[in-house]
Design a binder for this molecule. Structure first.
Ligand SMILES: Nc1nc2c(c(=O)[nH]1)N[C@H]1C(S)=C(S)[C@@H](COP(=O)(O)OP(=O)(O)OC[C@H]3O[C@@H](n4cnc5c(=O)[nH]c(N)nc54)[C@H](O)[C@@H]3O)O[C@H]1N2
Ligand SMILES: Nc1nc2c(c(=O)[nH]1)N[C@H]1C(S)=C(S)[C@@H](COP(=O)(O)OP(=O)(O)OC[C@H]3O[C@@H](n4cnc5c(=O)[nH]c(N)nc54)[C@H](O)[C@@H]3O)O[C@H]1N2
Ligand SMILES: [Mo]
Length: 755
């Protein structure tokens, strides 16, 4: 597949439909798991079954028989693949040779099967026993001068039980260094919303889509990254609900979609128009756009119209005067120039917003991954507060989370800045005093490695070195370490860019059964709408030598803290005991965990804003002003383009399923740039020209990616897009949102260079 010729062709069909059905069958077949995979798909997201690991969107209720999508099927197919990476594979390839292979090739080798240790003499991974692996981890960690010399990464697939204990183990060891995938993702939500509405999570439940009178989708590619949400959007459109998509890329599924689970639409080749209005905002232009909307609302209110929810504002909020003053001070010329959206269109979508008495605003990485990502999230909350869109049916804020349990991991303690309340509870429940100083977030962990102060990196899932910014420097950072540990299902780059000692520890995957001495265990996860549900794998583990993540955490703890009085060995066998401890540490959220998790669809964690209760210092919802109109520092260079690094339809983060991106019309190529034809002309380039990109930065480091093909695409002027992770070498490590630590991966200032 990799050597097929690149092809570029506009995708004319609605997204979803038969294309998605065919793609589902194809991916199952490619991994030779058609019957096993189809059987498992029937159990996906069903009571008694397992939770899809592909995204964090919640399950529908009883009305839907099947709850999976094309991309969920892909995630399952690559997990249930028949292919295996065994000891003989590592015996055949040195690590240096494997470094030459693509991420796609590494992924396609299949599931890891046994623990492996790096042997420097041969430059190869060689088999090692689980006992030896734990002994090595314990030895390295105990040898450190300070617990703060270790970095404990978490990716968001880790279930609650493993994440909770990991957080306890690491704090008992003595550090709050918890870089995690959330730091690169929805951290602006976790940090931005608490001062605004008192909780760092979304406030809607699935039912709200059915009651909404308007839906905004800001910087989120629904059809690819949370396809199950398309059913809700199709349903809303059929009810005539306006849907406003704010996105520099005209994402196909937001334009037109055929519901693959709607038999009539499938049979008649019918489809639904999704966005009633597409707003092609410039990259980073959202702040100007939001301020334009607020300016209109304040002006019309001042002119005597009934535009704001005055009662709600008076009873529940603080800070509106400063917000009004700031919005009214902005000029239309600036708003239009910076957002790239004509005033008339801003007026039109504001009218839609004003007419709706219940609005849901969804957003994704197009909002969070900017230098002012946290401030941008707060502006979405401001817009909603102005019309009282919290605590009523059909309304609220909806951060569309990424990894299936990224929200849950944070809830149960994966947090480099833990709250005092949590630390007090841990002290009381577990009887040790956890460290109180803040630890490292993802970017800071790499800085510590580069500075030589970090020595050990443990990766609970994920592919950190590919996911984080500044690829070349991240590689250099990892290679300075004394130990790197990858706890994973699949071989990835993170295992090849390693420390002096290195381990690969293979785990039981989400779709697989966990059986311990105490019997079959289930795990729990929290979805993007705060529902906690049980997940029980249905397939046999890919190899008898895999271990569940819970066991790996406990055994690392036992090897590192031999005197720990905690019942680690019991936790390994009985996950109910872990849930009892979760309930003790979080009495408000997780009381009666054991009983409540028995319900077929689990239970909903309390979200106080749904009752118009604000757990902020002043007890009110707060309007928070972000000065100016730019979400990123302006760059004084006329050749500058803003680059957004995005996902294709055929990848899950750093896992590349194929080199195609069907809805954007790209086949067999990932080294492309989506560019407005006028920007291309202005640089004297032909369509299909090969170019390099260079980052514009003041730090004297040259960052360049070569071999990119320029494609004409309806992007706003000055905005270009390409793929993550191939373009991560362009993203400077210190180019991130200071409030959340999140790299500004959607707005990298670059210039085109021709070689
Ligand atoms: N199949 C699949 N599902 C996934 C994932 C996956 O890789 N594959 N990843 C999971 C994870 S971890 C996450 S976080 C989510 C990510 O899901 P999304 O949030 O959809 O992530 P992206 O594809 O990075 O980009 C989001 C959108 O932001 C737009 N955008 C770029 N810049 C701007 C801007 O300045 N303003 C606005 N308004 N929009 C902008 C892009 O055009 C793109 O449509 O999906 C999760 N689900
Ligand atoms: N430039 C740029 N960079 C980005 C982004 C972007 O949009 N642009 N997005 C950012 C975002 S939103 C995120 S969330 C991060 C993602 O960063 P990560 O979460 O670190 O990356 P993934 O690619 O999701 O991790 C994939 C690996 O996880 C392992 N794995 C899969 N399933 C399991 C499991 O069940 N258990 C365990 N233990 N391991 C498992 C497999 O070995 C697989 O290779 O990347 C960020 N980086
Ligand atoms: Mo994410």
């Amino acid at each position: 597949m990799a050597d097929e010729k690149p092809r570029y062709k506009t995708y004319e069909h609605p997204a979803g439909g038969w294309g998605a059905a065919a793609a589902t069958a194809k991916v199952l077949m490619e991994q030779s798991v058609l019957s096993k995979g189809s059987r498992a798909l029937l159990a996906m997201n069903q009571p008694g079954g397992f939770k899809c690991s592909s995204c964090a969107f919640p399950d529908a209720d009883e009305r839907k028989r099947l709850e999976f999508c094309e991309n969920g099927a892909k995630a399952l197919a690559v997990e249930a693949t028949k292919r295996r990476v065994r000891a003989d594979f590592f015996a055949r390839h040195t690590v240096t040779e494997l470094m030459e292979k693509s991420d796609y090739w590494l992924e396609m080798q299949g599931r890891l099967t046994e623990p492996m240790r790096y042997d420097a003499a041969q430059d190869k991974y060689v088999p090692c026993s689980w006992d030896d692996a734990y002994e090595m981890i314990g030895r390295h960690l105990r040898a450190l001068d300070s617990p703060d010399q270790a970095e404990f990464y978490t990716s968001g697939r880790t279930p609650n039980e493993a994440a909770f204990l990991y957080a306890i183990f690491v704090r008992a060891f003595g550090t709050n260094n918890f870089p995690d995938c959330s730091n690169m993702c929805h951290e602006p939500t976790s940090r931005g919303l608490p001062p605004a509405i008192g909780v760092g999570k979304g406030t809607i439940v699935l039912d709200d889509f059915e009651k909404a009178e308007a839906i905004f989708i800001i910087g989120q590619n629904t059809g690819t990254n949370s396809p199950r949400m398309m059913s809700n959007l199709v349903e809303a459109r059929k009810r005539g609900v306006p849907i406003i998509a704010i996105n520099p890329m005209p994402e196909r599924a937001l334009v037109r979609f055929t519901e693959p689970q709607d038999a009539v639409q499938m049979a008649t080749f019918g489809s639904t128009e999704i966005a009633s209005e597409f707003v092609p905002v410039r990259i980073g232009g959202d702040l100007a756009l939001f301020k334009g909307m607020m300016k209109i609302m304040f002006e019309r209110e001042a002119a005597g119209e009934d535009v704001l929810d005055r009662d709600f504002i008076a009873e529940h909020t603080a800070g509106i005067e400063a917000l009004r003053e700031d919005a009214l001070a902005q000029s239309w010329a600036d708003i239009v120039a910076i957002s790239g959206v004509p005033e008339e269109q801003i007026r039109r979508i504001t009218e839609v917003y004003i007419r709706s008495s219940a609005t849901v605003m969804c957003y994704g990485m197009g909002v969070t991954q900017h230098q002012q990502g946290t401030g941008l999230v707060q502006q979405v909350a401001n817009l909603l507060l102005l019309r009282g869109n919290f605590g009523k049916p059909g309304a609220g804020i909806a951060p569309i989370r990424g990894h299936s349990n990224v929200q849950g991991d944070r809830t149960v303690g994966i947090d480099e800045r833990p709250s005092a309340d949590y630390l007090d509870r841990v002290h009381e429940v577990f009887g040790f005093a956890p460290p109180r100083e803040h630890g490292h977030h993802a970017v800071e962990s790499v800085e510590a490695m580069l500075a030589g102060t970090a020595k050990v990196f443990i990766g609970m899932g994920g592919n950190f070195v590919r996911a984080i910014s500044d690829t070349d420097r991240a590689y250099e950072a990892m290679r300075r370490l004394s130990l790197t540990v990858g706890i994973a299902t699949k071989l990835n780059r993170g295992h090849l860019v390693h420390g002096r000692d290195a381990l690969i520890l293979p785990v039981v995957a989400r779709s697989e059964r966990i059986v311990t001495a105490a019997g079959e265990q289930f795990i729990t996860i929290e979805d993007a709408m705060s529902n906690v549900t049980a997940s029980r794998g249905v397939l046999e583990p890919a190899s008898p030598d895999l271990r569940p993540e819970v066991e790996i955490v406990c055994r690392m703890a036992m090897a590192t803290l031999p005197d720990s009085p905690l019942p680690w060995a019991e936790f390994i066998e009985d996950y109910g005991l872990i849930r009892d401890r979760i309930a003790e540490v979080y009495p408000h959220l997780y009381h009666d965990f054991a009983e409540r998790i028995q319900a077929p669809h689990g239970f909903h964690l309390d979200i106080p804003p749904r009752r118009r209760e604000w757990r902020t210092p002043n007890g009110r919802a707060n309007f928070l002003v972000l000065p100016g109109l730019e979400a990123n520092a302006p760059v004084d260079d006329p050749t500058m383009l803003r680059l957004a690094t995005v996902r294709s339809h055929d990848q899950f983060n750093t896992t590349i399923y194929s080199n195609n991106d069907r809805y954007r019309g790209v086949y067999n190529d990932r080294m492309v740039l989506f560019m407005n034809a006028l920007d291309r002309d202005a640089r004297g380039l032909e369509p299909g020209a090969k170019v390099a990109l260079e980052t514009i930065s003041g730090d004297g480091i040259r960052r360049r990616v070569e071999g990119l093909t320029v494609l004409d695409y309806p992007m706003p002027r000055g905005s270009i897009a390409g793929y993550y992770p191939e373009l991560n070498p362009l993203l400077p490590l210190d180019y991130y949102d200071r409030s959340s630590g999140t790299p500004a991966a959607k707005s990298i200032p670059v210039r085109v260079v021709t070689l």
